[in-house]
Design a protein around this ligand. Structure first.
Ligand SMILES: C[S@@+](CC[C@H](N)C(=O)[O-])C[C@H]1O[C@@H](n2cnc3c(N)ncnc32)[C@H](O)[C@@H]1O
Length: 282
């Protein structure tokens, strides 16, 4: 049963960390003319209306993209992100992008987008949204399981790929599935750049995940975490989030070491808000 809908969470602090990192990786991939394939295993709907009942219900975007849009004191790295997001969106001020929309904005004629979304309603919305993009034939939407779908796409014909794995982690099995899928993916295509997003929770599975990810690629990884809220006394709730990248661009540690302190300052909701950045680049 799929109960998670990203429309309730779009534009929150976790989206900002994930989308900023995704932007930085894809911009690096454009340094070479050679095509790349972007594979999004859990793509969502692509575009979200922040004035919708879903987004308004909890208002998570107010502590995320809203702060970026309304700040008059952004450092250049976040100004660049704000400009890219704003220019990518259709002329409607209430929209925020999902990962596939951001990825298409950063892709070129020669690049390909392979997008998996299991929820039929969100897959249909994604299809409709991707029809609006320039050269829509570059993008394919599959209403299917993204873990399996990823493996069916590897190795990509271009031999260059950026993969985003962004499950809802509603099911405890998602944590193990991420590890199992990445193990198989690395066997099929060791050179891919694999970005995994995860929530920071007071739960063993979420705390273990980055350690297990690091074991898959101890010599070539980047881990960035953004802690914005005080952990709740009852242990529930997401107080931060992280991304773990296997085969990151060598420029990414520098890029994130500039952006993360700025994100803490802007999105932190308590005095001990902080980030964690670790990496090994072979
Ligand atoms: C966190 S949201 C994705 C957000 C999106 N990546 C973004 O950044 O805009 C996770 C999505 O995964 C979908 N989903 C859940 N299990 C899935 C699976 N096994 N395969 C593909 N999609 C799945 C959910 O319906 C949901 O839309």
């Amino acid at each position: 049963m799929l109960s998670y809908r990203h429309a309730f969470h779009s534009g929150n602090h976790a989206d900002i960390l994930k989308h900023y990192s995704l932007m930085s990786v894809l911009e690096y991939f454009q340094h070479k003319d050679k095509a790349y394939c972007y594979i999004d295993t859990h793509a969502g709907a692509g575009l979200y209306d922040l004035s919708s009942d879903e987004a308004q219900k909890v208002g998570e975007y107010q502590n995320g993209i809203q702060k970026i849009l309304t700040s008059d004191n952004l450092p250049p790295c976040l100004q660049h992100f704000r400009q890219l997001v704003s220019e990518s969106l259709p002329q409607n001020n209430n929209l925020y992008c999902g990962s596939p929309w951001l990825a298409q904005a950063l892709s070129r004629e020669q690049d390909r987008l392979r997008l998996f979304e299991l929820h039929p309603a969100d897959a249909e919305l994604l299809r409709q949204n991707m029809r609006q993009i320039k050269s829509p034939n570059r993008a394919q939407v599959f209403c299917d399981n993204g873990f399996k779908g990823l493996l069916s796409m590897l190795p990509p014909p271009s031999r260059r790929a950026v993969v985003l794995i962004d499950p809802p982690y509603e099911l405890k099995q998602d944590y193990q599935q991420v590890i199992d899928t990445l193990k198989s993916a690395l066997k099929k295509f060791a050179a891919g750049c694999y970005i995994t997003w995860y929530p920071c929770l007071n739960r063993t599975e979420s705390q273990q995940l980055p350690h297990n990810l690091q074991k898959l690629s101890p010599q070539n990884y980047l881990q960035a975490e953004l802690y914005v809220q005080a952990p709740r006394a009852d242990g529930f709730g997401m107080h931060g989030s992280g991304i773990f990248i296997i085969n990151p661009p060598y420029t990414l540690p520098q890029t994130l070491s500039e952006a993360l302190p700025a994100l803490v300052k802007l999105l932190g909701q308590y005095k001990n808000a902080h980030f964690n950045l670790q990496f090994a680049i072979a």
